[in-house]
Design a binder for this molecule. Structure first.
Ligand code: NAD
Length: 457
């Protein structure tokens, strides 16, 4: 048995060991990919009806175990129970939605340029999809990758985050119990070594996680000449105009900054108040953040993350920034941090540039919409953005000019619909979008077939 063990702990009670698994090692990854490649042919041959039925059974199995899964998500990754239940419900919806995908048209018919015959395009799966996922949406992200990959006939090898192996293992058990043929989907625990081996062996790779790791994954996959998509970190901005409803905007922003302790790639970490919006927004937002309680916020994932955030707040304060609320560590077990808003952060401070992945945001003042857009766009990590205004022209202008993969008007920057394309702009993402039709395209390759009459013998 491999010597090294992976362990995950409860972020709200670090003495609580949630799950452990032996680290399989790179050899085991290669063997798993080989078995998946063998199983894929049978899975494709199951046809649209067979694959659709299997995906529907998976949705039902998850729904049947919804409360158990939600509680495990709370325990293993510290997600507030309401959000954990929301993630389970969304996961069921993802599998149901993709259960219809096998019946989608898989190509087109065209006229020949000259002469009789038909030109067809047909999308076919690659083989084995290697999926590498983070801990923060331990059900939804593996599912929004695996469900479309399976729907179009690929086999899947999923390497989840070590911080979420308990949830991933349970998801794998439920999928197997729903009658998916052996080796069509395998959950393989592991860390960097197993992830690297998977990128080296799979036929198509989908990664979600931090920017540094994602870039390495993209480099390796690109050198192998296989398709790769990577969804990475976000430094998402919210722009608030002077005509906004400040109480509503503050409620949305407090949720986007501190909900699930800011550990969503779409969380707001930069708030830009335009002109006269600054004072009333600042007041409303400080009040709204101070009112966020532990049940809505939750702990951050581990000690290193919490200590990194408090060190950044302390160094910003020492350099002249003003901490408007939070910045403190509550006296309780686990990795808690009070929702935090900072302003006047010196230009070169990391709080402007790095994703801290916690309940913290920086407040900026902009003279007008042009300056607000410039501040919002002043980062490579533009995954999502929000705009808060009653002015339709301003909303449309901002939606046009903000460099983000998702722009939400009068809504929090966090929040994703499971059936629409999802992904970041600039350095926040690489390659094709996830979800919806875009995912079906990503997990297949088009071939063009010319069908001409044989003619008389
Ligand atoms: P991470 O990058 O540390 O890990 C992600 C996955 O990569 C894990 O499964 C990990 O084991 C694996 N991994 C680590 N090193 C590897 C290597 N060398 N090769 C291959 N795989 C390797 O990220 P995390 O801490 O689990 O998740 C948090 C990050 O994910 C944040 O940056 C967040 O913004 C991002 N995220 C992005 C999105 C999005 O859709 N854009 C969604 C959720 C999370």
């Amino acid at each position: 048995m491999p010597a090294v063990t992976i362990r995950s702990y409860n972020p709200a009670d670090p003495a609580d060991l949630v799950a452990e698994a032996p680290r399989p090692g790179a050899e085991a990854v290669l063997a798993t990919v080989d078995r998946a490649r063998t199983a894929q042919a049978g899975w494709l041959a199951a046809g649209a009806g067979g694959r659709s039925a299997a995906l529907t059974r998976i949705a039902e199995a998850i729904e049947t175990h919804a409360e158990e899964l939600a509680e495990l998500v709370v325990r293993e990754v510290g997600k507030p129970i309401a959000e954990a239940r929301g993630e389970v419900a969304r996961t069921v919806a993802i599998w149901r939605y993709n259960a219809q995908a096998p019946f989608e048209a898989s190509g087109e018919v065209h006229e020949t340029a000259a002469g009789p015959g038909l030109l067809l395009t047909r999308r076919r799966p690659y083989g084995v999809a290697g999926l590498i996922t983070p801990w923060n949406f331990p059900l939804a992200i593996p599912s929004w990758k695996a469900a479309p990959a399976l729907a179009v006939g690929n086999a899947v090898v999923l390497k989840p985050s070590s911080e979420a192996i308990g949830v991933a293992r349970r998801l794998g058990e439920l999928i197997a119990g729903a009658g998916l043929p052996a080796d069509v989907l395998t959950v393989l625990p592991g860390g960097a070594a197993e992830g690297t081996a998977l990128v080296g062996a799979a036929d198509v790779v989908s990664f979600t996680g931090s920017t540094g790791v994602g870039r390495q994954v993209v480099r390796t996959a690109t050198e192998r000449g296989i398709p790769v998509q990577a969804e990475l970190g976000g430094l998402n901005a919210a722009v608030v105009l002077p005509d906004a409803d400040f109480d509503q905007a503050a409620a949305h922003l407090a949720g986007a900054i501190a909900g699930y302790a800011g550990q969503k790639c779409t969380a707001t970490s930069r708030v830009v108040a335009v002109g006269a919006a600054y004072e009333p927004l600042r007041e409303a937002l400080v009040k709204a953040l101070a009112a966020v309680d532990g049940t809505a916020c939750g702990p951050v994932i581990n000690e290193a993350t919490r200590d990194g955030i408090t060190a950044a707040v302390d160094s910003a304060r020492e350099a002249g920034a003003e901490v408007l609320t939070g910045g403190t560590v509550p006296e309780r077990d686990g990795w808690w941090l009070a929702p935090t808003l900072v302003t006047g952060v010196p230009a070169e401070h990391p709080l402007h540039r790095e994703e801290f992945f916690g309940p913290i945001a920086v407040l900026y003042a902009a003279a007008g919409l042009d300056e607000a857009v410039a501040i919002a766009n002043d980062t490579p990590y533009t995954l999502s953005a929000s705009v808060h205004t009653r002015n339709l022209d301003a909303a449309l202008t901002a939606a046009d000019r903000l460099d983000a993969g998702m722009i939400r008007v009068n809504a929090p920057s966090s929040g994703v619909d499971f059936h629409l394309p999802f992904g970041g702009a600039k350095g926040a993402g690489h390659g094709a979008r996830e979800q919806g039709r875009a995912a079906l395209d990503f997990y297949t390759q088009s071939r063009t077939i010319s069908l001409l009459p044989a003619g008389d013998a």
